[in-house]
Design a protein around this ligand. Structure first.
Ligand SMILES: NC(=O)c1ccc[n+]([C@@H]2O[C@H](COP(=O)([O-])OP(=O)(O)OC[C@H]3O[C@@H](n4cnc5c(N)ncnc54)[C@H](OP(=O)(O)O)[C@@H]3O)[C@@H](O)[C@H]2O)c1
Length: 305
C-alpha cells in the first residue's frame, strides 16, 4: 500500500532514503538525523570500509530499528554510478527520497575516465545520472522527493555556466595557485545543481515526484581536504572559524526530506528552511533546458548497452 494517503501526511519516518556523500560532513550528519527520525537508508559511497562503518554506527545508534544498505559508487565514474543504480534498483523496491549530496572542488584541473572535467563530473553529472537512472523507481514509489545540495557560492559563477568551456580549459588557465579558476568552476557546478533542480521539477510535473535544492551555509567539514598545499589548508582553517557545524548545515536537507511544509512546492532553492531567490542566472529556464540536453549528451542517456 502506498504509505502516502494524501499530501498532508508526509514524514520521512518509514521511508527509504538514498543519500550520496554520507560518509562525511553534511551528508553524515543528515544520515544520522534521518535515521533517528525513522528513515531507512541507502548510503552511496566510494569507500566501502568507511561506508560500512557509518552504516554500523547508525544501526547501533537506532538500536537496529533502521535499515542501512551500502551501495558503492565513485561519483567520478559514470560506469560506477550505473552499477550502483542497478544495485539500488535490484535491492530497493521503493525509493522515497534521493539526496544528491556528494561533492568536491578540485584546485588542479583533472579529467575523469569519461573525459569530463572532475568537478563537473562529481558535482553535476553524477547527480544528473543517478537521478535519471532512479527516476522510474521514484515515480513508482508514489510521492517522492529529489533533494540536491547546492550552495550560496553559485553566485560566484557570475553571468552563468560557460557552456562554451564545458571542460573548463579556459577557467583553469587562471594564474597558477590562484583559487579563482577552480572556485568559479565549483560555483558553476553549484549553479548547475539549481538549474538541474528547476528543469527536473518542470519535467516531473504531475508525477508525484518533486525536486528541491538548498544551500547548507558555510559548514565545517572535510570539504577541500582532497586538495593539498599550505594555501588551501590556511584558507580552510580560516573559513572554519566562520563555519557552522555539520549538524546545522544538514538542517535544511533533513527538513526538506521530512517536512510536510513543502508539499505542493517543486523546483525551489532553500536556505535555512526558507524558499530563497537564487541568482538571476540560476532562474534561467533557457539555461536549465540547455544544461539538461548537454547533460544527456555527456552521460549518453539513455545509454544503449
Ligand atoms: N562545507 C561547506 O561549507 C559547503 C557549503 C555549500 C555546499 N556544500 C556542499 O555540500 C556537499 C557535501 O560536502 P561537505 O561539505 O559535507 O564535504 P565533505 O565532508 O568533504 O563530504 C563530501 C562527501 O562527498 C563524498 N564524495 C566526494 N567525492 C566523491 C566521489 N568521487 N565519489 C563518491 N563520493 C564522493 C565524500 O566521500 P569520502 O568520505 O569518500 O571522501 C563525502 O562523503 C557538497 O556537495 C558540497 O559542494 C558544502
Amino acid at each position: 500500500m502506498n504509505t502516502f494517503m494524501n499530501n498532508k501526511s508526509w514524514t520521512v519516518q518509514g521511508k527509504y532514503v538514498v543519500i550520496t556523500g554520507a560518509t562525511s560532513g553534511i551528508g553524515l550528519a543528515a544520515a544520522r538525523e534521518l535515521a533517528i527520525r525513522g528513515a531507512n537508508l541507502g548510503i552511496v559511497a566510494r569507500d566501502e570500509a568507511k561506508a560500512n562503518e557509518v552504516a554500523a554506527q547508525i544501526k547501533a545508534m537506532t538500536g537496529g530499528r533502521t535499515t542501512v544498505d551500502v551501495f558503492l559508487a565513485d561519483m567520478a565514474s559514470q560506469q560506477s554510478i550505473r552499477q550502483a543504480a542497478a544495485d539500488i534498483l535490484a535491492v530497493c523496491p521503493r525509493v522515497d527520497v534521493l539526496i544528491n549530496n556528494a561533492g568536491a572542488m578540485f584546485v588542479s584541473r583533472k579529467l575523469t575516465d569519461d573525459g569530463v572535467e572532475m568537478t563537473w563530473a562529481v558535482n553535476h553529472l553524477a547527480p544528473f545520472l543517478l537521478t535519471t537512472l532512479l527516476l522510474d523507481r521514484l515515480k513508482e514509489s508514489g510521492h517522492a522527493r529529489v533533494i540536491t545540495t547546492a550552495s550560496h557560492s553559485h553566485k560566484m559563477a557570475g553571468k552563468g555556466i560557460h557552456f562554451d568551456d564545458l571542460h573548463a580549459e579556459r577557467l583553469y588557465r587562471f594564474p597558477q595557485k590562484s583559487l579563482g579558476g577552480p572556485t568559479i568552476r565549483y560555483a558553476e557546478t553549484k549553479l548547475a545543481n539549481i538549474l538541474f533542480t528547476s528543469e527536473l521539477a518542470r519535467r516531473l510535473q504531475g508525477t508525484g515526484v518533486t525536486a528541491h535544492c538548498f544551500d547548507p551555509g558555510l559548514v565545517a567539514t572535510n570539504f577541500n581536504s582532497n586538495n593539498k598545499g599550505w594555501s588551501v589548508r590556511m584558507t580552510m582553517a580560516v573559513m572554519k572559524l566562520f563555519s557552522r557545524s555539520p549538524e546545522k548545515g544538514a538542517e535544511t536537507m533533513v527538513w526538506l526530506a521530512d517536512t510536510e511544509e513543502i508539499s505542493g512546492q517543486n523546483g525551489g532553492y532553500y536556505t535555512d528552511m526558507k524558499l530563497t531567490k537564487p541568482s538571476v542566472p540560476a532562474e534561467s529556464i533557457e539555461a536549465a533546458k540547455r544544461l539538461w540536453e548537454i547533460s544527456e549528451e555527456q552521460t549518453r542517456f539513455p545509454k544503449a548497452d
